[in-house]
Design a protein around this ligand. Sequence first.
Ligand SMILES: Cc1ncc(COP(=O)(O)O)c(C=O)c1O
Ligand SMILES: N[C@@H](CCOP(=O)(O)O)C(=O)O
Length: 469
Amino acid sequence: MKYVSTRGDAPTLGFADVLLAGLATDGGLYVPASWPVLSPETIRGFAGRPYADVAYEVLKPFVGDEIAPTALRAMIHEAYATFRHPAVAPLVQIDDRHFVLELFHGPTLAFKDVAMQLLSRLMDHVLRERSRRATIVGATSGDTGGAAIAAFGGSERCDVFILFPKDRVSPVQQRQMTTFGSASVHPIAVEGTFDDCQAIVKAMFNDASFRAETALSGVNSINWARIMAQIVYYFTSAATLGAPDRPVSFTVPTGNFGDVFAGYAAKRMGLPIERLIIATNENDILERTMRTGRYEMNGVQATMSPSMDIEISSNFERLLFEAGGRDADNVVRMMQTLQQSRAFTVPPEAIEMIRAEFDAGRTDEAATADVIRRTLESTSYLLDPHTAVGVGVAEARLGLEPMITLGTAHPAKFPASVEKACGIHPPLPTNHTDLMERPEQFETVANDVAHVQDFIRSRSRAVRLGAAA
Ligand SMILES: Cc1ncc(COP(=O)(O)O)c(C=O)c1O
Ligand SMILES: N[C@@H](CCOP(=O)(O)O)C(=O)O
C-alpha cells in the first residue's frame, strides 16, 4: 500500500515511512492511494471473533509487506492485552435500538488508547529495525496526551513532548500526563487553546531543519496509523449487530474529525453504514459547515466536553480531499484561505458529496447535562460528557436500524461535570486511585513556536545523542 498527501506535493510513501512522518512535508495529511475492500463474507466472519484477530484482518492491507505478518499479529495482540475488558470494545444497549460502543477500557480511560497502544508498538518496531531514535510531539485537548504518554512513556527510542492548553483540561486528564514520572516524558502547558497547541505542532513539522534535527514524529490523528487503528471497532461492532446483512448507523462525538473519518474509511472498505453522524458540542463548526457549506471559525468556548473544544478540525482536510475527487490543488487553496481569513467555502460538488455521506448535529451544554441525567434515570448507565454529546445527537435521529454511539471516555475522567449533571461522583477504576496524590511535573510555556522548539531541543535524546541509535 502506498500513501499520498492531501496537498499533492510530498513524496508518495509506504506504510513505515508514513508512520514515522506524521504530517507530510507539504503540510498535508497522508491517505491510502486506494481503499482496500473487504468482502461481505469476510465482514460476516468477524462476528464473535476476538478483537485482535479482526484488527489483524482489517489492518493487514494498510501495512502491506512492510511489517512481517507474525510481528504485526504479535504487536496487535500485545496492544489489546492492555485493555481491562476481554472484548476490548464492548457494546452496551441503552435503548431499544441504541447502543454505546465502550472504547474506554484501555490504560487511560479514553478511546485514544485503542490506536495509541498499537502505534507505540509499531513505531518502536520500525525504529528498532532502522536503528533510529525519534522525538514524538503531540497536541492534546486532554485525552491524546495521556494516551500517548502511557503508550510511549517506557520507549527506549522515543522522547515524548505533549502540548496541552493550560487550565483547559480536566484534573484527571492533566494528571495522567503530569504524574507519569519518566525522564523521557515532557508535558507542556501552553498559554492558549488546543488549536494553538496543534498549530505549534504543525509549525514544527513544517520547519524542515527542526524536523530533521529532532527526528520528529507525530502521534495526533494527523498520523495515518492513528486513523487506521480506529477503523477496526466500526467493523467489530457492526458485525456483532449483524453486518453486512443488517446495516447499522454510527454517531460519533467529534473534535479533530479523526474518529468519524475512521468510520468513513470503514464504509469505503465495504462496511454497510446506513448513516454516519457527526456530533459536536457548542464548538459546532462542523455542524455549521454541513448546514451552510462554509467552514467559518468564530472562537472556541470551554465546555464540559473539553476534548472536543476544537475549531481547526485537522482530519476534515482528509474528507475534503476525498469529496473533491482527490484534487490536491483545491485542498491547498481551501487551507490557504482558512489561514488567511479564518474561513473557506466548500465547493458545491464537495459539500453535496459530504452531505450524502454524513449527517450532523450538536448538543449544547444544558442538553448534554440533561442527557447524562436522563440516561442514568432510564437505564442506570452513566455517560461521560463527550459520549453524552453523541447520545444527545443520536436520540433525535434514531431510525429502524441499530444506532451505535461511540463511547469515547470513561465518566470518571470528568467527575465534576458528571456530578453536577446527575449527582453521582464517578470513582476512578481501582488501578488509577492514587492518580490525584502523585506529584505533578510539567513545563509552562508561552503560545510561541520558538519557545517550544527551544525546550524540545534542550531535552530530546535524538538531538543530544543523534537520531541514529
Ligand atoms: C473523549 C473524546 N471524545 C471525542 C473526541 C473527538 O474525537 P476526534 O478528535 O477524533 O473527532 C475526543 C478527542 O478529540 C475525545 O478525547
Ligand atoms: N481530543 C483530542 C484532540 C487531539 O485529537 P487527535 O485525535 O488528533 O490526537 C485530545 O483529547 O487530545
